[in-house]
Write a new protein. Sequence first.
Length: 243
Amino acid sequence: MAGHSKWNNIKRRKGAQDAKKGKIFMRHAKDIYVAAKQGGGDLDMNPTLRTAVDKARADNMPNDNIERAIKKATGTLDGVSYEEVTYEGYGPGGVAVIVHTLTDNRNRTAPEIRHAFSKNGGNLGESGSVSFMFDRKGYILILNQDGEIDEDELSLEAIEAGAEDILVQSDAFEIFTMPNNFEAAKAHLTESGYKLERSEITLFPQTYTTLTASDQEKMNALIDMLEESEDVQDIHHNMETDD
């Protein structure tokens, strides 16, 4: 895992995403809606909802929007019904791609995803065609832009919290856990006084694919096109990127 920083990818795409706050908030609202629909609207009793809310707050989503999504899911407000649909396939150069969507209309979403792949040199595959190439892990990001956090002290706290691995960057610490240790690790680090910039259970590739400059340009275009869809929640891939 060392050398493959999720934080670097987050920083790289943050500038473009800042101009799309409306879509980002909509995606968070859908995540919150589904989590509350499945597990109830109590954050203390629903860790999936708590994680979705934490991610929304990290992107500065207003509390009113968060509460409205929870109320819709729990029947307090009328709203549409969303379902989770995952698409798998290969991008240019054989890059493995997984696209998580939340949609109220599969007949709209599926053609959009298929068109994005075909237009940029990729193709959709069957369910399970690439998911075996990824591992689910808990991910916690702690920023250290002012350099005040002691690396040794945080590393010890992360180990005590049950971390599986820690990646030290010049301006951040990236902590990885097993999914079943994720909530306990979050709680431990928070109680120890660390501010968690980002925390989620997500997918990490087991191996990475290096592309030519031409294929990397096509892959970036595919990601951009997928991100334009309001139904797309997350995109995972194993393209090797420069840190």
